[in-house]
Design a binder for this molecule. Structure first.
Ligand code: NOJ
Length: 542
């Protein structure tokens, strides 16, 4: 595979609304990001995936865009954006824009026109259908609960929205729509961005009448067209959000020879702590089974081979915090945060760090729905309440999976509002900011931050991490996730005990060197080694 800059890069995701406020309105902004570029340079990351900063009425916090070529007022100006791109460049940090083109906001000029009348030249930019027997056209459902069809009085037809009813789906069948999107992408490429993260990109080619939405028939045709009309041949990184990908599908998206995307986000591991089956979704909880995690991640590690590229992540702005989710955010907070860092960053692929993960930020439990901000959470709560679910069960699900968990403001220091804002924060600050914050992490050479920093440095220094073979150790206790990376005659062993109990691992060969660990393991040698709760290490073996 031809080597590209993103193969040994680490990407840091910023959710601008919650990163740093500089003007006291309680909402993060672009100047706030610029202010912390030195911090990110110190961490060692290569690129920032910037969640949407475009003009938006914020029905879904920026994932509902009303103008792709304007900046959201709360976040600043186009000048600030240009400054962020160039200040990033000065520090070797590229800006990856969030491309949200499955849908727009209902306030986008195209939709404002489209809904005016059936003859409007923008009518076909969206998906309109007649009622069937006086009802919605069919059974398609919105990810944010309820039907995916909204009736529009003006023209007496329904429009499709796979997310909120204020996020109408674009009609990618329309060549004019595709051209508008490509022109917009080129606008950003000309500004010097480093690439695109593509929001729910596997939904753009759909056949609504047959209720086909994911990985539709023309998806690869569209992406190849997009590639050649925009970023193709320009050394830009692209990562597609594809909830429905299997390894076979992932290869179609990310095999360089097919000229589509650099890589995709697959979500198979993300679904391991939920029930599956008819009517079940992420809110139907079940505990993680570690052997399943090993099996799923290992499958993805080995199956792409040279025909695709993995992205590696535990967290993003839609997911609960990993240390609270599968780690332990009380007594083993520091150990388990480091464990998940080591386990992931030794794998093959491009790692992503979500803001605050590098200091072990945790979930923020709520006790009442009035504390929730997120549209997905609120809609689900109302829908399930009406269906008869108990409030306590719903709050439990929200605390485990709700998207606000990841969106609480970044914890910079132990001052009021964690140093995020001098005003009133748009979402509650986690009170544990007194203990868990950037300042404290930077002052302690043994902090979670420095584990992340070291892992990033190791990736730059060792081709083994980037290109080595992956091999799962199968003869281990259920709780121990251990694998080898092998490259040019060198072997590293990565071991992690995902539990609060000690478990033993047999190390067959002699140990040459400890690369990184979250406990002191100066004594390690071949033979049986007992890993303590949430212990993780990487050793070079013979
Ligand atoms: C996926 C994004 O990550 C999520 O935050 C958003 O709500 C949906 N796509 C809709 O854009």
């Amino acid at each position: 595979m031809e080597k590209k800059w993103w193969h040994n890069s680490v990407v840091y995701q910023i959710y601008p609304r919650s990163f740093q406020d500089t003007d006291g309105d309680g909402i993060g902004d672009l100047k706030g990001i610029i202010q912390h570029l030195d911090y990110l340079e110190n961490l060692g990351i290569d690129a920032i995936w910037l969640s949407p900063v475009y003009q938006s009425p914020n029905d879904d916090n920026g994932y509902d865009i009303s103008d792709y070529e304007a900046i959201m007022k709360e976040f600043g100006s186009m000048e600030d954006m240009e400054c962020l791109i160039s200040e990033g460049k000065n520090r070797g940090i590229k800006i990856i824009m969030d491309l949200v083109v499955n849908h727009t906001s209902d306030e986008h000029a195209w939709f404002v026109e489209s809904r005016k009348n059936k003859e409007n030249k923008y009518r076909d930019y969206y998906v309109w259908r007649d009622a069937v027997n006086g009802e919605v056209p069919n059974g398609l459902r919105s990810t944010f609960s309820g039907t995916a069809w909204e009736f529009d009085e003006t023209t007496g037809q329904y429009f499709l929205h796979l997310f909120s009813k204020r996020q109408p789906d674009l009609n990618w069948e329309n060549q004019k729509v595709r051209q508008e999107i490509y022109d917009m992408m080129n606008f950003w490429i000309d500004k010097g961005v480093g690439g695109f993260r593509m929001d729910v990109i596997d939904l753009i080619s759909k056949v609504p009448d047959k209720e086909i939405t994911g990985n539709g028939p023309k998806i690869h045709e569209y992406l190849q067209e997009m590639n050649s009309a925009t970023f193709g041949g320009k050394d830009l990184m692209t990562v597609g959000e594809t909830w429905g990908a299997t390894p076979e599908i992932a290869k179609l998206y990310s095999n360089p020879e097919r000229k589509e995307l650099s890589m995709i986000f697959q979500f198979e591991h993300v679904g391991l702590d939920q029930e599956h089956g008819e009517g079940k979704d992420k809110w139907d909880l079940r505990p993680l089974n570690v052997p399943e995690l090993k099996q799923v991640l290992s499958k993805w590690q080995v199956s792409l081979g040279n025909d695709g590229w993995n992205s590696l992540f535990w967290n993003n702005h839609d997911l609960p915090r990993i240390v609270s989710r599968w780690g332990n955010d009380t007594i083993y907070h520091e150990k388990s945060a480091k464990l998940f860092a080591i386990l992931l960053h030794m794998m093959k692929g491009t790692p992503y760090i979500y803001q605050g993960e590098e200091i072990g930020m945790t979930n923020y439990p709520i006790s009442d729905i009035s504390e929730a901000e997120d549209i997905e959470t609120i809609n689900m709560y109302n829908e399930r309440l009406a269906l008869g679910f108990a409030k306590e069960t719903l709050i439990e699900s929200i605390n485990a999976k709700g998207r606000d968990n990841a969106r609480t403001p970044m914890q910079w220091d132990n001052s009021t509002n964690a140093g995020f804002t001098t005003g009133t924060p748009w979402l509650h600050v986690n009170p544990n900011a007194k203990e868990i914050n950037v300042k404290k992490n930077l002052e302690n050479p043994d902090s979670i931050f420095y584990t992340y920093k070291k892992l990033i440095t190791l990736r730059k220094q060792h081709d083994l991490i980037v290109w080595g073979e992956y091999e799962l150790l199968t003869d281990t206790p259920n709780e121990i996730f251990a694998y080898k990376r092998i490259f040019n005659g060198e072997t590293w062993l990565v071991a992690a005990n995902i539990s609060t109990e000690p478990h033993s691992l047999y190390i067959p060969t002699s140990v040459k060197e400890t690369i990184i660990s979250n406990y002191d393991i100066s004594e390690i040698s071949s033979g049986t080694f007992q890993l303590r709760p949430y212990e993780a290490f990487v050793i070079r073996i013979l």
